[in-house]
Design a protein around this ligand. Sequence first.
Ligand code: 5BU
Length: 262
Amino acid sequence: MNTNKTYAERAARHPNACAKQLFELMERKKTNLSVAADVTTKKELLAVADAVGPFVCVLKTHIDIVEDFDQDLVDQLVALSKKHDFLIFEDRKFADIGNTVKHQYGKGIYKIASWSHITNAHTVPGEGIISGLREVGLPLGRGIILLAEMSTKGALTQGAYTTESVAMARRNQDFVFGFIAQHKMNESDDEDFVVMAPGVGLDVVGDSLGQQYRTPHQVILESGCDVIIVGRGIYGKPDEIEAQATRYREAGWNAYLERVRQ
Ligand code: 5BU
């Protein structure tokens, strides 16, 4: 199975440019850690990005929670992504009809497609959402992942919904290169979807609002996911950001090494 191959081997044979770039970067930096920088000011977001930059393959943002957003924030984030060699993933979770998401992705205040290497979409509207995002993103070399499984208690992303989401990705592999999910989604060696998994924590099992955490070992080794997404576990204690990023990076990378050596 592809999940037992190294990130370098998967980079070499992956047909999708965005996935290839991500796997190459993960191998180069020896990290499968993505930090969710869910802070609400420009100053904090740039500080977190600069602090975790050396440890991550992907910086995940929620740009619409930043109270003093401006174009300079985006310019500085892009500069940090070059300085530290990471990709930016705006976790926008598009969910509307193709014609609307096209505008939400390329226009408005945030112009997400102009700076975010990766974004994501719900599959609830059907395949038109992918077509709409593709019109804007593909010419810019962007890629998207679909929400096949959410991490929260009671999520409806299960069973036929998940199966159909994977089928949608399979039909759109020029632009869709993976999933937000809790398990690997490949059916055969002919396909190789990148699975990015949120809901990762080493110290707690959940929060009071439905979030559920698993360890990097469970996510990478037992469930075959590729990237661990960690938010509060890393930025939650501002004076420990580097130490926690180091800790999660090591846990994620060791679980990956154990997996490929099996
Ligand atoms: P946390 O602080 O590690 O719980 O943050 C998790 C992040 O991942 C946060 O930005 C969520 O919006 C995001 N997330 C998630 O937790 N679960 C999901 O299923 C999806 C995204 Br999709």
